[in-house]
Design a protein around this ligand. Structure first.
Ligand code: PAF
Length: 287
C-alpha cells in the first residue's frame, strides 16, 4: 500500500494533487488542526467514500486564536497523527509551517456576515471566524479539492464555510459529517484531553441536556421553557454557560415564527479551564 505523501509547501501539495488528477482522480480534503481523534478519522473515511484521493491538512492556524487563547498550548502530535492517517489510507498530508501559509506582507482576510455573526461562538471569539474562513478558503484553493468534509460538532463553522464557499463561488462541495461521540455521549474533541477525571465525568451532561430539550420539544413542550430549564441544569452542575440556544439549522438565525424544523440546538460552556461546545438537530435521536 502506498504511504501517505507528506507535503510542507503549497508547490509540493499541488504537485502531488496534479499527479493524482492525471489519473482522473477526484480529490477530497479534510482540514484539521491536528491532534487527530476518531472524529477526524471518520471525516477522512467519509472523504474516501466521496473522492478518489484524500488530502488531510494539519495546520494550527494562528489567525483563528485570540490573544487570550493559548495557541502554544494547542496539542501538536504530528507523528501520532501520521500513523492514524496511514491506517485510514489518507493519500496526502499537508502540514505547512506558518510562514508558508502567511508569508511576509500577507494582508487579506475574508470578511463575513450571516451565520458568522449569529451571536453564538462569535460573541465569545469575535475574530475567530475571519481566521477560519481565510485559512479554509486558502486550503480549498491550495488543494484544488472537489469536496471537503467538516464535522458537525463545530456547527457554526460548518455554516460559515458553506456560506463562504457559495458566496465566493469556490468550486467545491462542502459536506457536514455527524458528530462522533464517546459511549456516554460526549462529543469527541481534541480539548477533551484537558478535562480532569471529575470534569470528564460531568462533561456528557451537555449532550444529555440537548437531547432532553429536543425530546421534550418534539412531543409538544414549550421550547423556550425547556431551554431555560437546560440553562439552569448546566449551571447547577458547575459549568459556566456561554450559550444554549435554538436556531434555524441552515443560517443560524433565531427561530422566530418558523417553528421547530429544521432547527438546531447549540451549547457552549466552560468546565474549569476547558471550553466545550456541542449541538444536535431538533429532531428524533440520531446522534
Ligand atoms: O475545525 C478545525 O479544526 C479548524 O477550525 C479548521 C477548519 C481546520 C481551520 O483551521
Amino acid at each position: 500500500m502506498a504511504d501517505v505523501i507528506i507535503t510542507r509547501t503549497v508547490a509540493e501539495l499541488r504537485r502531488a494533487v496534479r499527479e493524482f488528477r492525471r489519473g482522473d482522480e477526484t480529490i477530497g480534503v479534510v482540514p484539521t488542526l491536528g491532534a487527530l481523534h476518531d472524529g477526524h478519522i471518520a471525516l477522512v473515511q467519509e472523504a474516501r467514500k466521496r473522492a478518489g484521493r484524500v488530502v488531510t491538512t494539519l495546520f494550527v492556524n494562528p489567525t483563528q486564536f485570540a490573544a487570550t487563547e493559548d495557541l502554544s498550548k494547542y496539542p501538536r502530535t504530528e507523528e501520532a497523527d501520521l500513523a492514524r492517517l496511514r491506517e485510514a489510507r489518507c493519500d496526502i498530508l499537508f502540514a505547512p509551517e506558518v510562514d508558508e501559509v502567511y508569508p511576509r506582507g500577507f494582508a487579506t482576510t475574508v470578511s463575513l456576515e450571516g451565520p458568522a455573526v449569529a451571536g453564538l461562538e462569535d460573541r465569545f471569539r469575535p475574530s475567530h471566524f475571519a481566521g477560519v474562513a481565510t485559512i479554509v478558503a486558502k486550503l480549498f484553493t491550495m488543494s484544488g479539492a472537489d469536496v471537503a468534509v467538516f464535522g458537525e460538532k463545530d456547527y457554526q463553522q460548518l455554516c460559515v464555510v458553506r456560506r463562504m464557499a457559495r458566496d465566493l463561488d469556490l468550486p467545491i462541495e462542502v459536506v457536514g459529517f455527524p458528530t462522533v461521540r464517546e459511549a456516554d455521549g460526549l462529543a469527541m474533541s481534541s480539548r477533551n484531553r484537558f478535562l480532569s477525571p471529575e470534569e470528564r465525568g460531568l462533561a456528557p451532561l451537555l449532550h444529555r441536556t440537548l437531547r432532553g430539550i429536543a425530546d421534550a420539544a418534539l412531543v409538544g413542550a414549550d421550547l423556550e421553557a425547556e431551554l431555560a430549564k437546560g440553562r439552569t441544569a448546566i449551571e447547577a452542575a458547575g459549568f459556566r454557560l456561554d450559550y444554549l440556544e435554538a436556531r434555524q439549522a441552515d443560517n443560524l438565525a433565531p427561530l422566530g415564527g418558523v417553528g421547530l424544523a429544521p432547527a438546531r440546538l447549540l451549547v457552549a460552556a466552560r468546565l474549569g479551564a476547558t471550553r466545550l461546545i456541542d449541538n444536535i438537530a431538533l429532531a428524533p435521536a440520531r446522534n
